[in-house]
Ligand binder design. Structure first.
Ligand code: ZN
Ligand code: ZN
Length: 320
């Protein structure tokens, strides 16, 4: 799908990465907040706040949907520190022109390959900020490290974010689990990982063979079985929250994903597990930035029906 070119001046003023006040995140009781605004082929966006650093990872919903979801949390678009993009597929970037039109100084950060692809495919002449894989960039107290993943895009990445003792990693849109992915997800307390499809549902489902081959290729998407293998490699009692993202609406379901992953989830004895529902924002999740504190579910101003669609599995009893 072609996106409209941006009507912005070619020479846009340089926009340094915002350095928010670190005062709040230096407090031992600082909270991290996470909310999936959308997940799946209909559009992906994840809000993550670590103290006063507020990040949007991917902007694959409509601009209106993103602005609305932020407003539900009492946030204006201008309060975002930056937007991080995983890759140039439309379900991850479609709101970028609309966000920039509403908030021209909002930093949009991506790998060089993604930046070039956005320019070539969509004609976007934006002052992107390049993030180099395996090189950490600090946004206030938050260290952001992109890492390359195998997917049919120019230079797709996942992200590992560290703020004091809280570490978070997102790995979505990848066809195979590489040692780099395992390394970057290891020791993270909060994980958002793709569980795209059940192999049998995809094989027997309505997709054309060409699309099935693309999805199952090494540059496609993770099956539930592959996600289980990844979890086995990074599992442990240090994981507090796992969020399964980018589920196919045709070739998977939250219940099927949980069934396929059940043996691997036993290796996460202290973790809550949430499965993202497509098309509706999830609840606001809260975590302590300091280590060793029990995280808590935030009281988000959401409709009860939305909470039900974001399926959660309570943590299993385990060592404190
Ligand atoms: Zn993709
Ligand atoms: Zn995608």
């Amino acid at each position: 799908m072609a996106l409209p070119p941006l009507d912005l001046p070619a020479t846009h003023p340089d926009r340094p990465i915002v350095e928010p006040s670190p005062a709040r995140v230096t407090e031992p009781d600082g909270l991290a907040q996470l909310r999936l605004l959308g997940s799946g082929s209909s559009g992906n966006a994840l809000y993550l706040a670590l103290g006063e650093v507020r990040l949007l990872i991917d902007a694959g919903l409509s601009t209106r949907a993103i602005v609305k979801a932020l407003a539900e949390m009492g946030l204006a678009l201008s309060s975002l520190t930056a937007v991080l993009l995983t890759h140039e597929h439309v379900d991850h970037i479609q709101a970028v022109p609309g966000l920039i039109k509403r908030c021209p100084r909002l930093p949009i950060c991506a790998s060089l390959g993604t930046i070039n692809a956005c320019r070539e495919l969509y004609g976007w002449n934006l002052p992107f900020i390049e993030l180099e894989p395996l090189v950490s960039t600090c946004f206030g107290m938050v260290q952001v490290t992109p890492f390359e993943v195998s997917h049919d895009a120019a230079q797709p990445v996942g992200f590992r974010l560290v703020c004091r003792e809280l570490s978070f990693a997102l790995a979505t849109d990848l066809g195979t689990v590489t040692p780099t992915v395992v390394e970057m997800l290891s020791a993270c307390r909060v994980l958002a990982v793709e569980a795209n499809h059940n192999r049998r549902m995809l094989r027997e489902g309505p997709y054309p063979d060409r699309l099935k081959r693309r999805i199952t290729s090494g540059k496609g998407h993770l099956s539930n079985q592959q996600t289980a293998e990844l979890l086995r490699a990074v599992a442990g009692p240090h994981v507090e929250q796992l969020i399964l993202v980018h589920l196919s609406e045709v070739n998977n379901s939250p219940g099927q994903a949980l069934t396929d992953l059940a043996p691997a989830l036993k290796l996460l004895p202290r973790s809550r597990v949430a499965v993202a529902a497509p098309r509706v924002p999830g609840p606001l999740l809260q975590f302590s930035i300091a280590a060793g504190k029990v995280h808590e579910r935030g009281a988000a101003p959401l409709e009860a029906s939305q909470l039900n669609l974001f399926q959660e599995v309570p943590p299993k009893a385990g060592p404190a």
